[in-house]
Design a protein around this ligand. Structure first.
Ligand code: CO
Length: 220
């Protein structure tokens, strides 16, 4: 486990900045001119799920919003503002909602644990659990947590797709594709949940197929 102190972080930072500049002179001044990321990532705040490292993306390549259990609530001004800015101004081409197996927020929602104020936030994940309760109960208890992590990412993609930001972008012909993924902290791999939405139509069909695959997915 890490035993870093606050001072160490500044040491690391100076070493990193010097190394980047040594290996790629002008990297930082190049980024100063503009950010033009192709991707937006909505993920969990969990410290084990760092967007850039997992996907091999560098500073300037991914616009990130993270919160507990990667929830997209239609009235959350914070999340919607990040989506709107990345879609309307940065013109990202892909937006992925990335859940992760072993998510504590999802487990709290699944089991009704009381953790404090955050319970009100994970209430949104409880809604996902309640919506898919038949599917979850059809699975062996040991797989329900993983399955709800996947279902939650799938349902949050629906919330992004139905936002006015995406509806307006697609209506004006902007090319942006939504994705639902789930990351494993056990082996570092991302599972594509096949919740891929390239435009305004077909959401219901893609959603139904992705939910079916949650029930069928082989787990070990
Ligand atoms: Co989490």
């Amino acid at each position: 486990m890490s035993t870093t102190s606050i001072e160490d972080l500044f040491v690391h930072n100076r070493e990193w900045a010097a190394q980047v500049e040594r290996e790629r002179p002008g990297f930082f001044t190049g980024l100063m001119a503009q950010q033009k990321p192709k991707y937006m990532w909505i993920g969990c705040s969990d410290s084990r799920v760092p967007a850039n490292q997992i996907s091999g993306l560098e500073p300037g390549e991914v616009f990130v919003h993270r919160n507990v259990a990667n929830v997209v609530v239609p009235s959350d001004l914070n999340c919607l503002s990040t989506i709107q800015y990345s879609v309307d101004h940065l013109k990202v081409e892909h937006l992925m909602v990335v859940g992760h197996y072993g998510c504590g927020g999802v487990l709290a929602a699944l089991e009704g644990l009381r953790l404090g104020l955050v319970d009100n936030w994970t209430r949104h994940v409880r809604d996902v659990r309640d919506k898919h309760i038949k599917l979850l109960e059809s699975l062996s208890p040991q797989w329900r947590h993983d399955a709800l992590c996947e279902l939650n990412a799938i349902e949050q993609v629906v919330n992004v797709a139905q936002s006015t930001v995406l509806q307006d972008a697609w209506a004006r012909g902007q090319k942006i594709t939504l994705h639902g993924w789930c990351y494993s902290i056990k082996n570092g791999l991302i599972t594509n949940l096949e919740m891929t939405i390239p435009g305004i139509g077909g959401l219901g069909e893609v959603h139904a197929a992705a939910v079916d695959k949650v029930a069928q997915r082989k787990r070990d």
